[in-house]
Design a binder for this molecule. Structure first.
Ligand code: SAM
Length: 281
């Protein structure tokens, strides 16, 4: 009989959020797999938990995952923890859970703090339907593609961001959603300097041009209003045609897709590109 993998949520700032069940689970398992054993050791010491620790993080997940599965299959139980929050949510764990599913190993959640859900709940945005996008890629191409895929998104959008990248991300968001789009910046959730700033993308850019961003951030962006005027300028819409052209689409297809994305007429876009190309030749 194989053991169980427990995904144990840890505090995202306030140790008071560590649940009694999380403590009991960590005490009961055979060993703990941690994203950073030093970070987890501090937590274990605080709660008086003594347990063997092994490392499971982004760059050893293949080898470490195989070892963990072997031990699970031999009947041991393991708790997986990340540095903060719910494992497997923009944190290591997803692969290990997939391996467990493949091997029919039981996986149990010991739920608790999650920055995305906490930020959404205090954002003031619609919580009826939302999309969690994690971190935007640091590669320019995949980042642009990711943001483009969100241009027409009507659900509330949740993004994780580090403070040193916040201004770049806000500038990129402005390109796609426009400066007037409502945004909640939720920072330092559950910590002393916890703050929710409800503003617009432009407002956030202005704010952080005067003070440096500090702490951990979750950005909660209002989804696109149904119908209404296109938020993009005509020039941006023609750039969109060129984006699809670069992706291998015919001009006709590209104009159609850009028209669907932006609300501008496909014929207008088609003619604008023809004219532009004609002027350039
Ligand atoms: N697994 C975690 C969870 O359940 O929230 C997320 C881990 S991810 C590597 C770290 C990101 O979560 C940070 O860059 C930040 O965007 C967000 N985050 C974590 N703790 C936060 C906090 N206390 N306040 C605001 N954002 C936080």
């Amino acid at each position: 009989m194989s053991g169980t993998l427990y995904l144990v949520a840890t505090p995202i700032g306030n140790l008071g959020d560590f649940s009694p069940r999380a403590v009991e689970t960590l005490k009961s398992v055979d060993f703990i797999a941690a994203e950073d054993t030093r970070v987890t050791l501090k937590l274990l010491n605080h709660f008086g938990i003594k347990k063997p620790l092994i490392s499971y993080f982004e760059h050893n997940r293949a080898q470490s995952g195989e070892k963990i599965i072997e031990r699970l299959l031999s009947g041991e139980s393991v708790a997986l923890v990340s540095d903060a929050g719910m494992p497997a949510i923009s944190d290591p764990g997803e692969d290990l859970v997939r391996l467990c599913a493949r091997e029919n190993v039981k996986v149990c959640a010991v739920p608790g703090p999650c920055a995305a859900v906490s930020a959404l709940s205090v954002s003031g945005m619609s919580t009826q339907r939302f999309t969690f996008e994690g971190f935007l890629s640091t590669s320019n191409k995949s980042r642009a593609e990711h943001l483009e895929s969100l241009r027409e998104e009507m659900r509330t959008i949740i993004i994780y961001e580090a403070p040193h990248k916040l201004m770049t991300t806000l500038a990129d968001l402005k390109e796609v959603f426009g400066g007037d789009r409502e945004l909640s910046l939720c920072r330092e959730i559950t910590k002393i300097h916890e703050e929710t700033i409800r503003t617009t993308i432009e407002g956030a850019l202005e704010l952080y041009s005067t003070i440096p961003p500090k702490g951990e951030y979750v950005l909660v962006i209002k989804g696109k209003e149904p119908g209404g005027k296109p938020e993009t300028t005509f020039e941006q819409a023609t750039e969109r045609v060129e984006f699809y052209r670069a992706d291998g689409k015919s001009l006709k297809q590209a104009a159609k897709l850009a028209s669907e994305d932006t609300g501008y007429s496909k014929n207008e876009l088609y003619n604008a590109i023809l004219e532009k190309n004609h002027l350039n030749t």
